[in-house]
Design a protein around this ligand. Structure first.
Ligand code: IP8
Length: 231
């Protein structure tokens, strides 16, 4: 059977509480998990690859530079991943965790072949370097020719007029407002957009906190900003 693939990354500020270290938005996670399950049940020919970032777990621990940074960050990401895994399993999504430090594309393929839903997470490597779930999302989407979806907690990317851009074709269309308002995540979003363009991909950046949006994005609706790196 020929499958269509969806790569869905749950962004850092979506799944964790912004300013509170090691805090998960559990109720939202429950809703997201149920929407993913609904999509899977209705679409047997589509395969989903899930990823999540570091949020107030990994980013918080990795920002403290001491002798235990690597092990603390690794443990924090395991904790976050465990909570997400548990919720997805509870909703009936057969996820299997893949820590970023052990990521290879073949492992993801292997999980998919076994009928499992890979859940890969941003992580810290033994040498202290960070592997971002954004990069792994892009790698997988490229190799599987998948629809690439980034769920964040904002309606999309804002243009110079302060309004959400429905289709972004050039990085310089992104407004300053974004930078001023969402300072803490700007680096993340700007570098995400740059990577999408560099890799000639299309990706939908949308508000995953709005009820129904995860399901609609998986279905293929354009509900945020479509970054068009592949004209
Ligand atoms: O939030 C970073 O993953 P990202 C993971 O996807 C850590 O960039 C450990 C900070």
């Amino acid at each position: 059977m020929a499958y269509d693939y969806r790569v869905l990354k749950l962004g850092r500020s979506l799944i964790t509480c912004k300013d509170l270290p090691r805090c998960v938005r559990l109720e939202l996670l429950r809703k997201i998990s149920e929407e993913i399950k609904k999509f899977i049940d209705e679409n047997p020919n589509e395969k989903i690859i899930l990823l999540h970032g570091g949020g107030s777990f990994g980013h918080y621990e990795a920002s403290i530079f001491d002798d235990s940074r690597t092990v603390r960050t690794s443990e924090a990401m395991q904790e976050l991943n465990y909570m997400i895994t548990k919720q997805l399993l509870k909703s009936g999504v057969n996820v299997i965790s893949i820590p970023g430090k052990f990521y290879t594309f073949d492992i993801v393929l292997n999980a998919l072949e076994k009928g499992l839903v890979p859940l890969i997470y941003g992580d810290i490597k033994f040498d202290g370097s960070i592997i971002s779930a954004d990069d792994m999302s892009i790698d997988i989407a490229k190799k599987l020719n998948a629809r690439l979806l980034f769920a964040i907690d904002k309606a999309g990317i804002l243009g110079r007029d302060g309004r959400v851009i429905s289709e972004l074709r050039r990085i310089d269309e992104v407004g300053r407002l974004l930078q001023a308002n969402y300072y803490d995540i700007t680096g993340g979003i700007i570098s995400k957009i740059q990577k999408i363009f560099e890799n000639n991909l299309n990706a939908m950046i949308f508000d995953g906190s709005k009820a129904g949006n995860i399901y609609l994005a998986l279905k293929g609706y354009n509900i945020g900003t479509l970054v068009r790196g592949n004209p």
